[in-house]
Design a protein around this ligand. Structure first.
Ligand SMILES: [Zn+2]
Length: 289
């Protein structure tokens, strides 16, 4: 089998529509004929197809909350068991950790022949920003992935852009994108409170221009988590512990005992943490559950 290609397939423009899964596969845009996720846990995921089959998917154009695969009855399509962080789901998580771009393909009506039922449109490259577990509408565990569209310099060429736009069917919805600015006053406040020391390991990093620490949100900002940017939802962490926290390597119990790491979180009396946010992080992110 040919090497897996991450990024655009040479010669295939964003907005290109393919009649069938076989055509998509032959073009190399999405190789598997049935699976929605192309990739392996070791290599990462190079493409996904949004088919609208999952009841828990949310698609607003530039932001996609994608549901992983597995646990569905092949006959009815109903979720009948828990999904695991395995196979295509693990592939998407690897793309998140390694910063690999994912080609997104949407199932659409054929703009050329409205009588035809479906086509598959290549909608460009996305980044997997985060992944977490959730309970789906069916009551079973699902894995979810937040994907945001990458701005591709090659598609900002005016002529190309206009041509491409005229090909797009009206299915694409208007979207509102919120830019989340992380270093707010609250973030600076929390770092100063701890004098830039990590609340897990007490390390204080100092560069030529001064100390460096990161303000980590316990319940993430942005859809669908919508955690607040408030002191009770913030931690002062070193970069290592920030990454480990965001990717589920450890969590924090309600009494501030670390879960997955030895010891206890250092916490000042003037820094009350919200127990609901800590619980949210344990349930949705911690690897050990
Ligand atoms: Zn640390």
């Amino acid at each position: 089998m040919a090497d897996r290609i991450f990024g655009h397939i040479p010669g295939i423009l964003e907005g290109a529509v393919f009649e069938s899964r076989r055509d998509l596969s032959t073009a190399g845009v999405h190789r598997p004929l049935q699976a929605g996720i192309s990739g392996t846990g070791k290599e990462g995921a190079d493409s996904i197809v949004l088919s609208g089959a999952y009841e828990d998917d949310q698609d607003s154009g530039a932001l996609i909350i994608y549901t992983g695969h597995g646990g569905r009855d092949p006959k009815t399509g109903q979720q009948v068991s828990d999904q695991l962080l395995f196979g295509g789901n693990l592939a998407l998580a690897t793309s998140c950790l390694d910063g690999l771009s994912v080609r997104v393909i949407r199932k659409v009506g054929d703009p050329w022949r409205p009588a035809r039922r479906v086509g598959y449109r290549y909608d460009g490259l996305y980044r997997v920003e985060s992944y977490w577990r959730d309970i789906g509408k069916s009551g079973f565990t699902i894995w979810r992935f937040r994907l945001t569209k990458l701005i591709d310099p090659s598609t900002t060429d005016k002529h190309l852009y206009e041509t491409q736009e005229s090909y797009l069917p009206p299915a694409r919805q208007a979207i509102t994108t919120l830019r989340i600015i992380r270093d707010t006053q609250q973030a600076r406040q929390i770092k100063q409170l701890y004098d830039y020391r990590c609340q897990v390991c007490t390390v204080r990093l100092e560069g030529s221009a001064g100390p460096y620490a990161e303000a980590a949100h316990i319940r993430p900002l942005g859809a669908p988590h919508n955690g607040p940017d408030t002191i009770d939802n913030l931690l002062c962490l070193c970069p290592n512990h920030h990454v480990l926290f965001d990717f589920g390597g450890f969590a924090i119990d309600h009494d501030l005992t670390l879960v997955g790491l030895p010891g206890k979180l250092i916490c000042k009396p003037e820094h009350p943490l919200n127990a609901d946010h800590l619980l949210y992080h344990r349930l949705h992110y911690y690897k050990g559950l």
